[in-house]
Design a protein around this ligand. Structure first.
Ligand code: 13P
Length: 248
């Protein structure tokens, strides 16, 4: 019933020419029937990538937005600005935003509300650092992120949410969570949704895995029952690699 989702997060990479070439290449990929492809693009290239992907099945995501609709926030981008250029999604709560820009759960809850109000869908990231995994308190760590950042929403609002579980120790490190570690955590997250919203909401939620997803490990990760696809950093910057991940 749930579709598979291959989402790329370009982070702060690509020049205009590189962004356009990559968007063109991914737009030309034959996307399987039950699969959705999303490109997470730097703000400055959103319009160009939206134009290039028009007419294809590829959806476009921003990598952040501000929690206010407008105002004196120099350098910031609001959710209504993104919908005004027909952007489909916004990635919120990425560990790099939490770590380098001090975004906490309360701020993220406000950003989620702003994004949904403007009509964006949200890819909401969660995931624990290495020391928390080693202490084996990762389940309660992620539970707190979801409870404080997401679970204030109504059940209906969850239809516009995708959760991405990205263990920080696996991001950009080449160390991927094993398929068992990914499945176990995704099942825990689905159980958290069930406990808060019931089994129907839990069954519908798309939960993506992120952290060193590559063509060589995508098939086994995406083959797990509760893994509905991936949020891919480095490998989404190479058309051939991301194409292979889409096909996985
Ligand atoms: P990598 O795929 O480069 O590990 O990055 C994962 C990520 O942070 C996606 O948001």
């Amino acid at each position: 019933m749930r579709k598979k989702i291959a989402a790329g997060n370009w982070k702060m990479n690509n020049t205009k020419a590189e962004a356009e070439a990559l968007a063109k290449a991914i737009s030309a990929v034959e996307i399987p029937e039950d699969t959705e492809v999303i490109l997470g693009v730097p703000f400055v290239f959103l319009s160009a990538v939206k134009e290039i992907t028009a007419g294809s099945k590829v959806q476009v995501a921003a990598q952040n937005c501000h929690q206010e609709e407008s105002g004196a926030y120099t350098g910031e981008i609001s959710a209504p600005m993104l919908t005004s250029i027909d952007i489909d999604y916004v990635i919120l709560g990425h560990s790099e935003r939490r770590e380098y820009f001090g975004e906490d759960n309360a701020l993220l809850a406000a950003k989620v509300d702003a994004a949904l109000k403007a009509g964006l869908k949200v890819i909401f990231c969660c995931g624990e650092p290495l020391n928390i995994r080693e202490e084996e308190t990762h389940v309660s760590y992620v539970k707190k992120q979801l409870q404080e950042g997401l679970f204030h929403l109504s059940e209906a609002a969850l239809d516009d949410i995708i959760i991405a579980y990205e263990p920080i120790w696996a991001i950009g490190t080449g160390v991927t969570a094993s398929k068992e570690q990914a499945q176990d955590m995704h099942k825990e997250i689905r159980d958290m949704i069930a406990a808060n919203y019931g089994a129907t909401a839990a069954g519908k939620m798309h939960i993506l895995y992120g952290g060193s997803v590559k063509p060589g490990n995508a098939t086994e990760l995406f083959g797990q029952e509760d893994v509905d696809g991936g949020l891919v950093g480095g490998a989404s910057l190479k058309a051939a690699d991301f194409t292979a991940i889409i096909q996985a």
